[in-house]
Design a protein around this ligand. Structure first.
Ligand code: SF4
Length: 94
């Protein structure tokens, strides 16, 4: 789990330097849908600060910018894979 937290924390505090990977599509510019935002939401779930309820799942399902970041991450991270693995591991151990 710690490797997921490390990557999630890196992404949560990153100023979305992968943004040029989705800059051409204005509909993807919503701050609550950036990789950083989804990483912060995932960390909040892991820390039990946020329930993994329907509202949270819906927020985490808005993955356009997250998917667009693959191959464009400053840190070489695959954040869709990190978020999926972190949540699956968390659910399995909850
Ligand atoms: S995916 Fe990479 S570049 Fe984009 S916000 Fe997360 S850490 Fe930053």
């Amino acid at each position: 789990m710690s490797e997921f937290r490390k990557d999630l924390t890196t992404c949560a505090y990153c100023p979305n330097t992968c943004r040029p990977s989705y800059a051409a599509n204005a509909s993807l510019q919503i701050e609550s849908q950036t990789p950083s935002a989804l990483s912060l939401i995932t960390l909040a779930v892991l820390n039990r600060q946020l329930p993994l309820d329907a509202e949270t799942r819906q927020a985490l399902s808005r993955r356009g910018p997250l998917e667009a970041s693959v191959g464009h991450c400053t840190y070489g991270l695959n954040m869709p894979a990190v978020i999926d693995a972190a949540l699956v591991t968390w659910i399995d151990h909850d």
